[in-house]
Design a protein around this ligand. Sequence first.
Ligand SMILES: NC(=O)c1ccc[n+]([C@@H]2O[C@H](COP(=O)([O-])OP(=O)(O)OC[C@H]3O[C@@H](n4cnc5c(N)ncnc54)[C@H](OP(=O)(O)O)[C@@H]3O)[C@@H](O)[C@H]2O)c1
Length: 327
Amino acid sequence: MRVFVAGASGAIGTRLVPQLVDRGHEVIGTFRSPGHAERVRALGAQPIALDLLDAGAVRRAVLETEAEAMVHQATALGDVRFFRNFDRTFAPTNRLRTEGTDALLAAAREAGVRRFVAQSFASYRHAREGGPVKTEDDPLDPTPVTTTRESNAAMRHLEAAVTDAGGVALRYGLFYGAANDGLIEPVRKRQLPIIGRGGGISSFIHLDDAAAATVLAVEGDAAGIYNVVDDEPAPAREWLPVLADALGAKPPRRFPRWLARLVAGDAAVVMGTEARGASNAKAKRELGWEPRYPSWREGFVAAYASAAPAERRTPEPAARAQSPSRL
Ligand SMILES: NC(=O)c1ccc[n+]([C@@H]2O[C@H](COP(=O)([O-])OP(=O)(O)OC[C@H]3O[C@@H](n4cnc5c(N)ncnc54)[C@H](OP(=O)(O)O)[C@@H]3O)[C@@H](O)[C@H]2O)c1
């Protein structure tokens, strides 16, 4: 198939393009930042510079490339650091999820594109009631924290527009597995505390597993919303210390709710104390997908073994024999 990947140079795009190429697909990959053409070409795709917020340019690019399938992986989270006002930080991404999605869908419709798959997000969105793990049929939070309302609305817009058009919205877990993972720096700097009893649940996904599920969604005939998360949604009190250890960082601090609210804001408190996780049963059943890293427990270790400071890593047997500490 000829597959048009919007956002081919990003965290998930760079994992997805090689997997599509390996499966025999011809890939057209878009990038935004000057200089990213080579990155996309090296992955095996035909690079195209494209701003998704320029609907005319999107239409021209899509019509010219005559793609049969389209994947929307464009976000604008590259420079995001530890944040307090969620919606302000996500504003450019929210535009890509609303205006960008609409422009791609309109162009896809005109060009006769048969498959449309788009990136959404699974964690921190469900109604904060009932059991800890939610399916795609469970209700989303009707009253999200004020500073996250626009971001929640943008994801709802994307999911409604894509599924109304017969496409697939993939609600990925929190990505990990790359050198620019958003959690690495805050965990190293101990900026992510365990809040209260640390009961807020997160769902994770290794980038390679997210890409593999996306390939299956492109190739199959499924439609609708799918959670693409690992098998072990987990409370912050469990995953944060394991991530800190995998990164060779000091254990996370512990903050009471009132202090966390003061320092990090309401959204962080809700995520850390009340959030629900997501189930991947539907993606396994209907996409035929199985994660290579079923749990972040082994995934963090595999992803960050080389990122931990040298003295924390297990030395090779030969090196161990000569290690000064053993002499
Ligand atoms: N589910 C999750 O947890 C999740 C989801 C997304 C991102 N993240 C995290 O956010 C961080 C950065 O992610 P990222 O590397 O994917 O970077 P990013 O800056 O969010 O870029 C993603 C892709 O969108 C493209 N893009 C940005 N603005 C665009 C626009 N106006 N029009 C068209 N395309 C546009 C980028 O192109 P250029 O590369 O050419 O700029 C890139 O290909 C990583 O830590 C990642 O793990 C997490």
